[in-house]
Design a protein around this ligand. Structure first.
Ligand SMILES: [Zn+2]
Length: 178
């Protein structure tokens, strides 16, 4: 059974593995992307990622070239805008006795995986990691990153994993416990 939250917003709860492809497409419209689109080449003046060929890339060497190109447009990327607004696309909550015993190991895994996914999609980032009592909360800029990190913890450490999607918006709550 999927866990319910106290939040009264309509949600679609699901257990890992159920196909939800159609809904993912619907959620892929990011409110932080300008409707008129971005000029090529653009780069984020905050984090330095580059927008080229309709996608964002992380490339330090390339950034040097882009910075010195007078045609290149300085922007703030959707991920930095979200961080600035403190408006996460995903929230992961980790709890349980096992977590207390393996906390640093699990956090290392999450940070390592974030870096790995960031190379593929530099818009997906951890915003904040906070701890209250024995519960760890990790916010991410993108729903997909929260989903992947939750799955990675589950794969490596078993336990219980639940996803709760908000309908009509691009937000996922990931709960893992062991
Ligand atoms: Zn940025």
């Amino acid at each position: 059974m999927a866990k319910r939250t106290q939040d009264d917003r309509p949600r679609l709860s699901k257990i890992m593995g159920r196909d939800e492809k159609g809904q993912r497409t619907a959620r892929s419209t990011d409110v932080y992307l300008p409707k008129e689109g971005l000029k090529e080449v653009s780069f984020c003046k905050k984090c330095g990622i580059i927008y080229r060929n309709k996608r964002w890339i992380l490339d330090a060497a390339e950034l040097e070239t882009v910075r010195s190109d007078p045609q290149a447009v300085k922007v703030v990327c959707p991920s930095c805008l979200r961080m600035n607004d403190n408006n996460p696309g995903g929230m992961i909550t980790l709890s349980g006795e096992y977590l207390v015993q393996h906390e640093s190991e699990i956090l290392d895994l999450i940070k390592h995986k974030e870096a790995y996914y960031r190379n593929k999609n530099p818009l997906g980032r951890i915003m904040e990691i906070s701890q209250e009592g024995n519960v760890l909360t990790i916010s991410t800029t993108e729903d997909k990153l929260a989903e992947k990190l939750g799955r990675d913890v589950y794969k490596a450490h078993k336990g219980d994993l639940h996803y709760q999607w908000s309908q009509g918006e691009k937000f996922v709550r990931v709960n893992w416990a062991r």
